[in-house]
Design a protein around this ligand. Structure first.
Ligand code: UGA
Length: 475
């Protein structure tokens, strides 16, 4: 099918490359000229595992082309709208990019086309778009609206496209539903050659959920808000565990065994970030308010999340006493692993708070350094975790990169001035760290002390004796 994808961000470019990979002729557009010329020259402007190879392969094969929006919407059979919906100051989604694309489609579309809303939008946006097309589309052109929310996670977006749990479409006609089924047929029937796993051992056919456009729009916002709520919930449980000396990982394990709860998204830490959860929770609260529903539950989800950084910095203060002038290493800058996205990243908030307090911060991330530097130039950015750890009095883990679980702890132990680790993502092995002489503090779990006679005993470098943790008062 001839498909145009408008917007070459995380969602748009992934969707475009994956649709080309399953056999469609795809034209992808963006109004950012720099981005467009990068893509035309074969470069991908952000890091997403496997995306570059998909873009390269399909560009070579001629199944994926990059064009201006005006060109891409002309003669398209299906147009996916994947432009950004960033938050306005009042928390509502800014729909101006969507409105601009709708205007261009009205002026330029030259056929009966299906317009697929993939951007995350407030409920009833499809109705508004439909009205726009009725009013402004050229004579003889009929644009039919479909809502097809995406559930792609950054860092595993390609896997998520090919192996979704469900594909949701909100439609107004059987014909639109059939055309959407045709587009996704290789995924629905799992008949593609998987670009990530080759021949996948497990192929589970996704659920095909057909509903009305408003319900489809709500499924997206409600899903993200619910997941955010799960995270804030477990973060509160973690606080309670710290207060009474319990272990949140055991609590989460026990809770997650109930199939009504499930084990996913029960990892406590320094909070959720990224360009989806924070803005979607805010937008959902505003949508509900406008509809006359006070969704105060979600306001608290947001408040709990906002407090995570200050609470984590308070732990740093408790351990270091005075933060001003202290050398602190921060490992991890992206809002989560396997992405270079630092938008609304808790790690960046953490840097900001530490620098504000006068700490000398050395930061490291496997891929997000350049993007972090652009938004927060006031830290020292390092080329390796070891360089960041040099003479540090505390190492703070802000993103759970796999690289941090493979670290040479003996080397880090000799680099630091004080063997103290505050793990904001509960990602490291406490027993191993204790063996190497580290004092390990995580979230919602009792602190672990350095073992006496640890494997690397370089106590001469330790300025302060390791103090018993003041974390778990009740222990
Ligand atoms: C999220 C959803 O998971 C996707 O389904 C959705 O398509 C996407 O938003 C979107 O709306 O476009 P994403 O933002 O890529 O995907 O990241 P997640 O993996 O959901 O993580 C979000 C944040 O929650 C991260 O900061 C992560 O560190 C944090 N998190 C996640 C926790 O703190 N604890 C957990 O247990 C899980």
């Amino acid at each position: 099918m001839k498909i145009s994808v408008i917007g070459a961000g995380y969602v748009g470019l992934t969707t475009a490359a994956c649709l080309a990979e399953i056999g469609h002729m795809v034209r992808c557009a963006d109004n950012d000229e720099n981005k467009l010329s990068l893509l035309c020259s074969g470069q991908v402007p952000f890091f997403e595992p496997h995306l570059e190879e998909l873009v390269a392969r399909n560009s070579r094969a001629g199944t994926l082309r990059f064009e201006t929006t005006e060109d891409a919407v002309t003669e398209a059979e299906v147009i996916f709208i994947c432009v950004g919906t960033p938050p306005l100051d009042n928390g509502e989604a800014d729909l101006s990019a969507i409105a601009n694309v709708a205007r261009t489609i009205s002026q330029r579309a030259t056929a009966h086309c299906l317009v697929v809303e993939k951007s995350t939008v407030p409920v009833q946006t499809a109705h508004r778009l439909k009205r726009q097309f009725q009013l402004y589309a050229s004579k003889g052109v009929h644009c039919e609206l479909v809502s097809n929310p995406e559930f792609l996670r950054e860092g595993s977006a390609i896997v998520d496209f090919f192996h979704p749990d469900r594909i949701v479409i909100g439609v107004e006609s059987e014909e639109a539903s059939a055309r959407m089924g045709e587009i996704y047929r290789p995924v629905l029937e799992q008949t593609f050659q998987c670009p990530v796993h080759g021949s996948c051992s497990v192929r589970k056919t996704p659920a095909w959920v057909v509903t009305d456009t408003s319900s489809a729009e709500l499924i997206k916002h409600a899903s993200n808000s619910f997941l955010a709520m799960k995270i804030s919930f477990i973060n509160m449980v973690a606080d309670l565990c710290e207060a009474v000396g319990a272990d949140v990982s055991k609590v989460a394990l026990g809770m997650g065994m109930d199939p009504r709860i499930g084990p996913a998204f029960l990892n406590p830490g320094i909070g959720f970030g990224g360009f989806c959860f924070p803005k979607d929770v805010q937008a959902f609260v505003r949508i509900a308010e406008k509809a006359g529903c006070n969704f105060s539950l979600l306001k608290e989800v947001e408040n709990i999340n906002k407090r995570r950084i200050e609470q984590f910095v308070e732990k740093v203060r408790k351990e270091l006493w005075v933060v001003r002038g202290r050398k602190i290493a921060v490992w991890g800058l992206a809002f989560k692993p396997n992405t270079d996205d630092v938008r609304f990243a808790p790690a960046i908030e953490l840097l900001r708070a530490l620098v504000r307090e006068g700490a000398e911060v050395s930061a490291y991330d496997p891929v997000a350094t350049e993007k972090a530097k652009a938004v927060f130039p006031d830290a020292r950015y390092c080329a390796s975790p070891y360089e960041a750890a040099q003479n540090a009095e505390a190492i703070l883990i802000a993103t759970e990169w796999e690289e941090f679980r493979q670290i040479d702890w003996a080397r880090v132990r000799t680099a630091v001035d004080r063997p103290l680790i505050l793990d904001g993502r509960n990602t490291l092995d406490a027993t191993e760290l204790a063996r190497y002489g580290f004092h390990y503090i995580s979230v919602g779990r009792p602190a672990v002390m350095a073992q006496s006679g640890s494997e690397v005993a370089d106590e001469t470098k330790t300025r302060e004796a390791v103090q018993p943790s003041r974390l778990s008062k009740a222990l």
